[in-house]
Design a protein around this ligand. Structure first.
Ligand SMILES: Cc1ncc(C[n+]2csc(CCOP(=O)(O)OP(=O)(O)O)c2C)c(N)n1
Ligand SMILES: [Mg+2]
Length: 574
């Protein structure tokens, strides 16, 4: 066996189930070894797509994401997606060939590249240490929620690995050094069981706890004193719905989320949906009037708080986070608890007295009547061969089955699907926006679709984002994903048009002639409908009726006279 094979086998044994990549000579053997060990390989058409697919897959499946790339340009192509993953603390392992010879065309300082974007760089340095180094990469990715670049120097990869024979056994043993119990032998292809075991082992080892006695008592005290508490749950709370609902029920708190955790409290009569730029007027009002905001695994950044304006001067702020540094960033906490959200919520619940807090019949009625964007009246601006993006999105929301998983690209359009397309729960929304990059939406939707084949994948993109990520259109078709891709086409980089247009600047650099995006989609083997009026959505209904044997692209020519109001908010941050 060569080292490359040992690396692939070891990583599969640790729990890698799905690998996204573009194969070249430098990652051929390692990827094949993963596949031979039961992992699924998803070929992307561009490494940028592969990185984002793996990121979205990890977010929506709860498993580690793995990316496999060729040395040099394979890695540089992946960098935007890897930056998004690193900023989002997605557990991701990037297997990259590495040309260590300075004369090689492929040579770059790969470790420096990773460090520059907040990823961790490790390297497999010898045949003897290979398995241990893979396990360390896995431990760091999952245990510390890091994006880990595992460099695989070409000469080390091809070295013969004398042993051990049982690479998988050694990897699992190393992963859980304290375990003395023998593990049941996993049948071939039973990667899931292995992954679950490995994940549980790491979770046990790295349990961050539920805060100190003093911190928990202080938070319980603050909740007891509050008359209008609001919980805002973020990425770090996506696993803790039950615990947070229980505590909120006990203390009379209303429930909101950041955009990344959208859907977490869906179905609760006290669900305010998203706090921040996408918040309904009612949610903005209720958050502003809170006397205590508890941020659960949520940094309270400028998006979640509308540049801090949703947190009124008299409102106390408490934060619960795994990361002590997060307590001080953005809106700083008056009161902080370091720990896992679910554990802290349980500990506080044990001390909390029953109170009605913010949960009055009047508030319940207002949430029922005004709690969703659909209930907010607007003037339909459709006409002249263009559909109002709100009318489009509401029409789609009515048609698409509720069991959906919605992924969103970046741009002026992004508020419409984020506000008007409902999602069933926190597993129904994938928001790769930590780096605010245009062009990640389609690959995000692919990774999410691989993670959740039980749901209809919906990708919402601008024309700019579609064309930037177009390489993966073929991937959607090849994988047979029953995806609906909605393109909000304003023939422009609308975000820039609305940013600079009002000041009279020339816009020739950010506007484009019409492009037949439906024809482009058909050329790739998708079905396509062009939508300029509400009636055209009949084409979407027809596709949904079946057989859904190919993905659908909805080319919506949207009215774009005005920018979205939430974007005006965003520009304040530029
Ligand atoms: C990779 C990258 N390039 C450029 C930008 C700047 N940018 C932000 S929004 C945007 C326009 C995107 O256009 P489109 O996808 O059509 O969405 P629209 O704003 O028109 O709704 C651009 C170019 C960015 N955020 N990321
Ligand atoms: Mg556009």
């Amino acid at each position: 066996m060569i080292v490359a094979e040992a690396v692939g086998r070891a990583l599969a044994a640790c729990g890698a189930e799905a690998v996204f990549g573009v194969i070249g000579s430098g990652n051929f053997h390692v990827t094949n070894a993963l596949v031979a060990s039961g992992a699924r390989f998803v070929a992307a058409r561009h490494e940028g797509g592969a990185a984002t697919m793996a990121d979205a897959y990890a977010r929506m499946s709860g498993h580690v994401g793995v990316v496999s790339v060729h040395q040099g340009p394979g890695l540089t192509n992946a960098m935007t997606g890897l930056t998004e993953a690193a900023k989002s603390r997605t557990p991701l392992i990037v297997l990259a060939g590495e040309a260590t010879e300075a004369q090689s065309n492929f040579h770059i300082d790969q470790a420096a590249l990773a460090a520059a974007v907040g990823a961790v760089a490790l390297r497999v340095t010898s045949a003897e240490g290979a398995v241990e180094q893979v396990v360390e990469a896995y431990r760091m990715a999952v245990g510390e929620r890091r994006t880990v670049l595992l460099n695989l120097p070409l000469d080390v990869q091809s070295a013969l690995c004398e042993g051990p024979e049982d690479v998988a056994g050694l990897a699992t043993a190393l992963l859980r050094p304290a375990a003395t119990r023998p593990r049941p032998a996993a049948p071939p292809g039973a990667a899931s069981a292995g992954a679950a075991l490995a994940g549980a082992a790491l979770a046990e080892a790295a349990s961050p706890g539920g805060g100190t006695e003093v911190e928990v008592a202080a938070l319980a005290g603050a909740l007891a004193a509050a008359r209008r508490p609001v919980f805002i749950a973020g990425r770090g709370a996506r696993h803790a719905r039950r615990e947070l609902e229980e505590l909120a029920g006990r203390t009379g708190a209303l429930l909101a989320t950041s955009a990344v955790a959208r859907g977490l409290f869906r179905g609760s009569p006290w669900d305010l949906d998203v706090s921040g730029g996408f918040a309904t007027p009612l949610t903005a009002e209720l958050v502003r009037e809170a006397d205590l905001v508890v941020a659960w695994g949520c940094a309270l950044n400028m998006w979640t708080t509308r540049h801090g304006s949703l947190i009124s001067p008299g409102t106390r702020v408490a934060k619960v986070d795994l990361d002590a540094a997060a307590l001080k960033t953005h809106v700083p906490a008056d009161l902080g608890v370091v720990g896992d959200v679910a554990e802290v919520a349980r500990a506080v619940t044990a001390r909390a007295e029953q109170a009605s807090g913010y949960r009055t019949p009047g508030v319940a009625e207002r949430i029922r009547a005004e709690g969703r964007w659909r209930a907010v009246p607007y003037e339909d601006e459709s006409g002249g061969g263009r559909i109002d993006p709100r009318t489009l999105t509401i029409g789609l929301d009515d048609l698409l089955p509720p069991e959906r998983i919605v992924s969103i690209d970046s741009g002026n359009f992004m508020g419409y699907p984020s506000m008007f397309l409902d999602v069933p729960d926190e597993g129904g929304f994938c928001f790769t926006q930590a780096f605010q990059s245009v062009g990640l939406g389609l690959a995000t939707a692919i990774g999410a679709a691989v993670a959740r084949p039980d749901r209809l994948p919906v990708a919402a993109l601008g024309d700019g984002g579609l064309l930037m990520g177009l390489a993966e259109l073929e991937t959607v078709v090849r994988l047979g994903l029953p995806m609906v891709i909605v393109v909000y086409d304003d023939e422009a980089y609308g975000a820039e048009v609305h940013h600079f247009g009002p000041h009279g600047h020339p816009l020739g650099t950010v506007t484009f002639p019409p492009a037949d995006l439906a024809a482009i989609a058909r050329g790739h083997g998708l079905a396509a409908v062009t939508v300029t009026r509400r009636e055209d959505l009949a084409g979407v209904a027809g596709w949904l009726d079946g057989p859904r044997d190919r993905p659908l692209l909805v080319h919506a020519k949207v009215a774009g006279e005005r920018g979205s109001w939430w974007l005006e908010e965003a520009f304040k941050g530029h």
